[in-house]
Design a protein around this ligand. Structure first.
Ligand code: AOF
Ligand code: ZN
Length: 368
């Protein structure tokens, strides 16, 4: 094990580590970590663990008590300046008489947006901004989008063969990727507030769409795109009561089917009056219901429709080193497509890693 050098970066990394472990449990709130250091000793640690409960700085300063006076406060996000569910953290830091504050990145929340830092500086406390800022921003990419647009951040996760197929020509897809990739997928379910699939997948697999790991984890809200309400009220996801089920449909959907699904515990949401679900409107409706992030585990058609509408922020595609063939076997994105290669939608900020026996390609369709 390497010896960590005692410096600003080491303390900020500790704060970031604490924040990262809380990903998936703060709902639409960011993950934030805070470390208070006085005369070379850590005197306070804190993280924001749950929406509605204490912010990271409050926990860390409480632990530090009187030792916070003259201390350095490391925090992964700009201390808030607004009265939300908790009082402003910038005031708490000023009251504690800290000597210096090191902030990884500013808070994009329009209610904060630089005011927290400004307020602390006005009180005569030195503030340094930007240390490990990129990492902190990435960690809160879902929050960063939602807090500004009120639209969910959509991560599309898929697994394909070397020839780009989601399944065999028979529809069999158990399994494209190996156990390590599947384990990672369940961690992604824990980290997103919602999981979205199309009704075709729901009918073919009757999935539970829960988070299943070796330890207990948070289950996402299950969201099914179902224009003509073909989801049966007996579907497994409507039996287990582990988390909500939202069925996105159209205004013209059959009333009796709607009632049957509602009776079975689903929330049925009409999105648009056309024959297909208006996916843009659906994202707005889910945003209004405070679903700040969605893991899209769609079939090729739903992935294609979401992509064409520019509704996918991030992709994570596992490529399994095997070929299944089949001219009609479904591909990862099914849509009309473009005439020229120069019109192809580029993946930005791509990263590649090996996960078990598979390759994971991640990147963004829009600027993060
Ligand atoms: C901080 N430290 O640990 C967090 C912050 O509903 P509330 O009162 O919890 O406020 C949520 C907002 O506060 C959130 O949108 C973000 O701007 C900020 N989160 N700020 O100083 C923290 N979690
Ligand atoms: Zn705060």
């Amino acid at each position: 094990m390497s010896i960590a050098i005692l410096n600003d970066e080491m303390y900020m990394r500790l704060a970031l580590d604490m924040a990262s472990k809380a990903q998936g449990q703060t709902e639409i709130n960011p993950v934030v970590g805070c470390v208070v250091v006085k005369e070379g000793r850590i005197v306070g640690l804190g993280a924001h663990l749950r929406r509605g409960e204490g912010h990271a700085e409050v926990h860390a300063l409480k632990m530090a008590g009187e030792q916070a006076e003259g201390a350095t406060v490391y925090v992964t996000l700009e201390p808030c300046s607004h009265h939300g569910r908790t009082p402003p953290c910038c005031e708490r830091i000023i009251e504690a008489k800290a000597a210096r504050v090191v902030v990884a990145c500013t808070d994009p929340n329009p209610q904060v947006a630089g005011r927290g830092i400004e307020r602390i500086r006005q009180a005569g406390i030195a503030v340094d901004v930007g240390l490990l800022g990129e990492e902190s921003m990435r960690m809160n990419e879902m929050f960063n989008k939602y807090i500004v647009t009120k639209l969910p951040f959509v991560t599309m996760k898929s697994a394909m063969t070397l020839d780009g197929k989601l399944a065999a020509k028979t529809g069999d897809s158990r399994y494209v990727s190996g156990p390590a990739a599947r384990e990672l997928t369940h961690s992604l379910r824990h980290r997103h507030m919602g999981i979205m699939i199309g009704v075709e997948t729901a009918l073919a697999d009757d999935p539970e769409l829960t988070t299943r790991l070796s330890v207990p984890a948070v289950h996402p809200v299950r969201i099914i795109v179902d224009s003509s309400l073909r989801l049966p009220p007996q579907a497994r996801m409507l039996q287990d009561r582990t988390s909500r089920v939202i069925v996105l449909t159209t205004a013209g959907a059959d009333e009796a089917k709607r009632n049957a699904l509602t009776e079975a515990g689903a929330e049925v949401l009409a999105c648009g009056a056309g024959t297909r679900v208006d996916l843009k409107l659906a994202m707005q409706e889910l945003g209004v219901r405070e679903i700040g992030s969605i893991l899209l585990e769609g079939g090729g058609k739903l992935n294609g429709a979401m992509l064409e509408l520019g509704l996918i922020d991030k992709v994570m595609i596992f490529v399994a080193p095997k070929v299944i063939g089949g001219t009609d076997a479904p591909g990862v994105f099914q849509f009309g497509g473009f005439e020229k290669m120069s019109d192809a939608i580029p993946l930005r900020e791509m990263s590649v890693e090996q996960v078990g026996s598979d390759i994971l390609i991640s990147g963004y369709f829009r600027s993060p």
